[in-house]
Design a protein around this ligand. Structure first.
Ligand code: THU
Length: 124
């Protein structure tokens, strides 16, 4: 399974976004070591801080299903956004230093990053 495959899954997840307050839809696809794809999307709430990002949505869903080892993660958004600070922390703790594929919602240009670079000197 290549980066394009996983980015396309993130694009599918992005379609489920509930982001009427920000109008910023994010999709995430997390690939487990046994090739299961776990979807995540951002879900916003009228009580704004209750919002959850696409990345943590996918990570928490995977862990809730007992899936705890991962090979890669893909994230799409309108502007190829990098994960927020909270998601970086959770990725550091629960996902590990796997390739993080990032693209816009067309999925044409894919960047690859690693949490070691996105979150230097992590806590914990
Ligand atoms: N968002 C994510 O889903 N992932 C990130 O890493 C950054 C931000 C979401 C949260 C909110 O629903 C919207 O994008 C605007 O911040």
């Amino acid at each position: 399974m290549n980066s394009k495959y996983l980015i396309n899954k993130a694009i599918e997840a992005q379609k489920n976004s509930k982001s009427k307050y920000s109008n910023f839809a994010v999709g995430c696809a997390l690939l487990s070591i046994d090739d299961q794809v776990i979807f995540g999307t951002n879900i916003e709430s009228a009580a704004y801080p209750s919002t959850i990002c696409a990345e943590r949505s996918a990570i928490y869903s995977a862990i809730s299903s007992g899936i705890t080892k991962f090979k890669a993660i893909a994230i799409v958004s309108p502007v190829k956004a990098k994960p927020c600070g909270q998601c970086r922390q959770v990725m550091h703790e629960y996902v590990g230093n796997i390739p993080i594929y990032i693209s816009d919602e067309k999925g044409e240009e894919i960047e690859t990053h690693y949490i070691k670079d996105l979150l230097p000197h992590p806590f914990g």
